[in-house]
Design a protein around this ligand. Structure first.
Ligand SMILES: [Zn+2]
Length: 632
């Protein structure tokens, strides 16, 4: 945020009379404005809720400070009321059942595979009145005055009697009551593992307004985007429940259960309820969970966060959770070095939900799977710290997280093999199925769940591993850290990432973004003819796919020596540094319009043992059968 305020202040002072100062301040304005940070809204929530664990309902009051840092006058604001999705015939219910009509193929027994989330299917339609969820705002006051409310199911529109002026601070008060849905997806009570409360997307949450306008996406299954801000959350609940949440417990000595220096027993008070007080700063969401059988393991990293592992106290789960805790402790130094330090005080792995779902400073995972735990923790960077608009750029969250997860998992295994094979495999399969859609598709609007998943997770992770092929892995590592340094807490978009990559590598990458993100065009290079040209062999490489790329060609000779022949593509206006100890020859750039390219080597055809395009396999070449020839 500092960049925004500095810009506003400096630009006001420019009207001062002193000419020398004036001109230098105008220059300062230009410099500051040229920086990549944009204006951002800011919010501070003070939320107090009173939970009824018998009825599974709660009432709450939210006091919100909201800074309209935009240059716009806002005549209305919006809130997310996610839990209204868990009602028969909601948009989420209809969408799930519609997608379930698509058959993607058959399983091994010949049964059809439907394109729906197995956790949702048609379950919402069958929820009984005491099983549905709801979020209901009783009133929304702006600076003390009740405003007009219009419900759009999971989106609440608040029409303002007095508009929010540009660069103004305003106070909202929201009174609400909610019923916790029976767990269907992510949120809810009594999940399959018996966790009483998995409380995500639980409070009226202000919709983000940014340089692209309002992001009032009705909730139909996925993706969360929020306003950067601070949360103070007070939860009054039966004292037999242990809680875990985003943020840091403020009254550890009162609630106890192992927080702070306390024992693992609950509150000493004779009252039936206790109020848990949590604070989280500079986050865009807040999750909590509660159960009467929770217990925890704590791991304090030297110069790093305190990890909480909170799970149901069951003997059969103990060693699996200890394994997760020990693995995260081992991985954290590598993670911090590779992706940047985790900047908050604590992070909680909480048993709950229905798989794995990321939230700022916490995750809900249904069981003690190391792979899931690493994946969700790595979301702390791309969902938590970057806060990218996941609806518009789901691949920058799930894809980058998948990439990070695969790298961390490989490192833990001590595996030197290529870490991303699974992502390439699923991407190749969807291309061949004809169901691929471009990465620019809005997360809610993919035609199939299958198309969304492979684009976001697999093609998104290949975006990074393949960038390593284009700019070199050492520069990719610097790009990841520079992205973290430059864009955390700022909602970066695809272009922001690509600009960082260009600046760090000195290679132009607009073409990469345009082909890989905006289109579904594919890559296929092949080895063509090999001819004698005097004493030297010449090798023809063919571009069969529509997407151009730079090409690495490894030539292995019968005497055991190897040469790497590198052909930059002309739109790059640059070349990657040599990556390994193999002798490298850099050839003239390949103009992207040419379907063929040939280069000479210093030896004869009879000296060649094999020729291979991209032995690193980082280039997502759709047909690898034509990538290698072995000379008989
Ligand atoms: Zn994920």
């Amino acid at each position: 945020m500092p960049g925004i305020f500095v810009s506003a202040i400096i630009c006001k002072i420019k009207t001062m009379k002193k000419i020398g100062l004036l001109s230098s301040l105008i220059i300062a304005c230009l410099i500051v404005k040229a920086q990549p940070d944009r204006w951002q809204q800011r919010i501070a929530y003070n939320i107090s809720v009173n939970m009824n664990v018998t009825a599974n309902q709660f009432t709450g009051i939210e006091k919100i400070d909201y800074w309209n840092n935009s240059p716009d006058t806002l005549n209305r604001v919006f809130f997310h009321l996610y839990w209204n999705a868990f009602q028969p015939n909601s948009m989420m219910d209809i969408r799930s059942r519609e997608l379930g009509k698509t058959v993607l193929g058959t399983d091994r027994e010949g049964n059809p595979i439907y394109d729906w989330d197995d956790r949702v299917k048609d379950r919402i339609q069958h929820l009984q009145p005491n099983e549905i969820g709801y979020d209901s705002a009783v009133y929304v006051k702006l600076n003390g005055i009740a405003q007009k409310l219009i419900y759009h199911e999971t989106i609440l529109e608040v029409q303002l009697k007095t508009p929010l002026l540009p660069h103004s601070k305003n106070s909202f008060e929201v009174s609400f009551n909610c019923q916790v849905p029976l767990q269907v997806r992510r949120s809810g009570r009594d999940n399959a593992e018996g966790i009483r409360y998995s409380m995500s997307q639980w409070y009226p949450k202000m919709v983000e307004y940014d340089y692209q306008g309002w992001n009032a996406n009705p909730y139909i299954a996925r993706e969360f985007y929020g306003v950067w801000g601070d949360f103070n959350v007070n939860i009054t609940i039966d004292k037999n429940y242990m809680l875990a949440a985003s943020g840091t417990v403020q009254n550890a000595n009162e609630v106890r259960y192992g927080y702070g220096e306390s024992t693992d027993h609950g509150p000493q008070s004779t009252a039936k309820t206790v109020t848990w007080k949590f604070a989280a700063k500079n986050v865009h969401d807040f999750v909590w969970a509660a159960d009467t059988a929770f217990t925890m393991i704590k791991k304090q990293m030297p110069n790093g966060p305190l990890f909480y592992f909170v799970y149901k106290k069951v003997d059969s789960l103990q060693s699996a959770w200890e394994n997760v805790a020990n693995t995260i402790e081992k991985a954290y130094p590598y993670i911090a070095k590779t992706f940047g330090a985790y900047p908050y005080k604590n992070y909680s792995f909480i048993q709950g939900g229905d798989g794995g779902m990321e939230y700022p400073m916490a995750t809900l995972i249904k069981n003690a799977s190391v792979g899931t735990a690493i994946h969700e923790f790595m979301h702390s960077w791309y969902q938590g710290l970057m806060g990218t608009n996941e609806s518009l750029f789901p691949w920058m969250d799930e894809g980058f997280t998948t990439y990070a997860e695969q790298r961390v998992s490989n490192w833990l295994r001590g595996d030197t093999a290529f870490a991303f094979t699974n992502s390439y495999g699923s991407y190749f399969r969807i291309v061949k199925s004809g169901k691929e859609e471009a990465l620019t598709t809005h997360a809610d609007h993919y035609n199939t769940n299958y198309g969304y998943s492979v684009a976001s997770y697999s093609k998104g992770s290949i975006f990074l591993s393949q960038l390593g092929y284009i700019v070199g892995d050492s520069l990719l590592n610097r790009i990841l850290l520079e992205y973290y340094n430059e864009w955390r807490f700022k909602h970066p978009n695809a272009n922001d990432f690509v600009r960082i990559a260009e600046k760090v590598s000195g290679i132009e990458l607009q073409w990469y973004k345009e082909y890989w993100v905006y289109t579904t065009r594919t890559i296929d290079y092949a080895i063509g003819d090999i001819n004698m040209n005097g004493n030297n062999a010449s090798i023809v490489i063919k571009r069969l796919g529509l997407m151009p790329m730079p090409v690495d060609v490894l030539v292995t000779y019968k005497d055991g020596t190897q040469e790497l022949h590198y052909i930059p593509m002309n739109l790059m206006y640059g070349e990657k540094p040599a990556e390994n100890g193999i002798k490298r020859f850099v050839h003239d750039e390949w103009k992207w319009v040419d379907p063929e390219y040939s280069f000479s080597i210093s030896k004869a055809v009879t000296d060649i043992k094999s020729i291979e395009i991209d032995p690193s396999q980082r280039m997502a070449d759709l047909n690898r059968v034509n990538n290698k020839i072995v000379v008989p």
